[in-house]
Design a protein around this ligand. Structure first.
Ligand SMILES: [Zn+2]
Length: 244
């Protein structure tokens, strides 16, 4: 079942019992209350007023700014994990706009950094092939496709261990050098796109890979950001965990 394409799994979903991805209670892919909670979380971040149009932002050690629509906790975290696990297209329809909002803000910020006219490319952070094979789909490319956005496949994953069960320090070590460019990228400008920024190690590794290939990363966009990088991982009582 897990290797079936998302569209077939969604079709089968109407025959199988399911519970809301956000709250786990209502008998539907995602209930209206959880959809409203996602929107409300995005609007809360948008109204916070800092520092760029109020979207949630984080500065990586490299100085690169990351724009995120949601805080990775509660209903948001549950929904993202369920989407990554099952590729449910109903969830994609609710998440795609939130990712696109972060990309739009990142793009506006990025264009302000360059004086000449440049063509911005969206570059998804690659996940380990084994993870995509297990899922049967790639979550970020699925969300970009659902929004009609094209992605440049210029990075590849070396296939090292998944980040999922690692703490922040282990993630930094594991991510270092785990991503590489598959060609030289002189004169090309990118916005890196990922689902969740936790320690920032994976994005930093992707930035290094693009820089090593002589390309330029102007900003990053993610669906969600963890509340604080020092925060402990969720307890085993939660039915979500940090994604890889
Ligand atoms: Zn719900």
């Amino acid at each position: 079942m897990s290797r079936l394409p998302p569209v077939i799994r969604e079709a089968l979903g109407v025959l199988l019992p399911q519970s809301c991805a956000g709250c786990g209670v209502k008998n539907e892919a995602i209930c209206q209350e959880c959809v409203d909670a996602l929107r409300s979380d995005y609007q809360t971040g948008s109204q916070s007023g800092i520092p760029v149009r109020g979207l949630r932002t984080r500065t990586l050690l490299s100085g690169c700014l990351v724009f995120s629509s949601l805080e990775y906790s509660g209903i948001c975290a549950n929904t993202i994990v369920q989407f990554k696990k099952h590729g449910n297209l109903v969830l994609a329809r609710h998440l795609r706009g939130l990712l696109a909002a972060a990309i739009a803000e990142a793009a506006e910020y990025a264009l302000g950094l360059v004086t000449n006219e440049v063509e911005l490319e969206l570059c998804p952070v690659p996940s380990a092939k084994a993870a995509d094979w297990r899922r049967g789909f790639n979550p970020i490319r699925t969300l970009l496709n659902a929004s009609g956005l094209s992605a440049s496949r210029v990075l590849k994953h070396s296939g090292r261990e998944s980040q999922k069960k690692l703490n922040h320090k282990q993630r930094r070590v594991n991510a270092n050098g785990s991503i590489m460019a598959n060609k030289m990228l002189q004169g090309r400008y990118f916005i890196l796109v990922d689902d969740v920024v936790t320690s920032g190690a994976t994005l930093t590794s992707a930035i290094t890979a693009i820089q090593n290939a002589k390309g330029t990363v102007l900003a990053c966009a993610t669906l969600a950001t963890t509340p604080r990088i020092s925060q402990a991982p969720p307890s085993s009582r939660d039915f979500h965990s940090y994604p890889d």
